[in-house]
Design a protein around this ligand. Structure first.
Ligand SMILES: [Zn+2]
Length: 211
């Protein structure tokens, strides 16, 4: 069992990384982890991810009520709670606005083509969820078609959502999605990325024993 203070530290480390990488502007983005039972630990709203401290994280109930800590939880808490309800295997969630991947989301372009082996192995296809007004019930509805089978989703005209068994995995998926988006932009300028074929993908999955 991981102690809560260690989980708080993991969230802060993730927030700092999102800030350093330029994946968030101003007070954008939010990070959460699932605690024991169905309580979650989540970043509060209106705080820069570059400055947030461990003590400012909030513990919330499955219906979004603040159980411990001061302030309001992230405005996207409905999206976080929905993901934890639908995916018992998921223990951490990262939401950010990395510029290249969010550019794809703004252009209405999913990142589902199989192009990079490491993305296929660690993230999978990244679909595009329909536009939803941020912080409303529209957001869980928009990701509903994808949430069971995907670990990263582009949110149209908004940003990116990544999931993981822990904070590090969710963060690494966010980094990989943004890296993929940048590579797809470069490949686009050079005539377009060549998709990996079925045989190449099968061989890749077989060699890493992923079925
Ligand atoms: Zn956002």
């Amino acid at each position: 069992m991981i102690y809560q203070s260690a989980l708080r530290q993991q969230i802060i480390k993730c927030c700092r990384r999102l800030d350093q990488l330029g994946f968030v502007a101003a007070t954008d983005g939010n990070v959460s982890v699932k605690l024991d039972g169905s309580r979650i630990l989540i970043t509060p709203s209106m705080l820069s991810k570059g400055e947030i401290e461990k003590s400012q994280l909030l513990i919330c109930s499955p219906d979004g009520k603040v159980l411990a800590g001061k302030g309001e939880p992230s405005s996207e808490i409905k999206m976080h709670l929905y993901v934890y309800r639908m995916r018992p295997d998921i223990k951490a969630i990262v939401h950010a606005h990395p510029p290249a991947a969010t550019g794809f989301a703004a252009a209405g372009r999913a990142l589902t083509d199989p192009v990079l082996p490491e993305v296929i192995l660690t993230v999978g296809p990244v679909p595009l969820a329909k536009y939803a007004t941020p912080s409303t019930d529209e957001v869980p509805k928009s990701i509903a078609p994808y949430i069971k089978k995907h670990n990263a989703i582009l949110l149209a005209n908004h940003g990116v959502l990544t999931l993981g068994k822990d904070v590090a995995e969710a963060l690494h998926r966010m980094e990989r999605v943004e890296h993929l988006a940048r590579i797809m932009l470069t490949a686009g300028q050079l005539g377009g990325a060549k998709k990996m074929n079925k045989n190449q993908i099968k061989k890749l999955l077989d060699s890493f024993k992923i079925i």
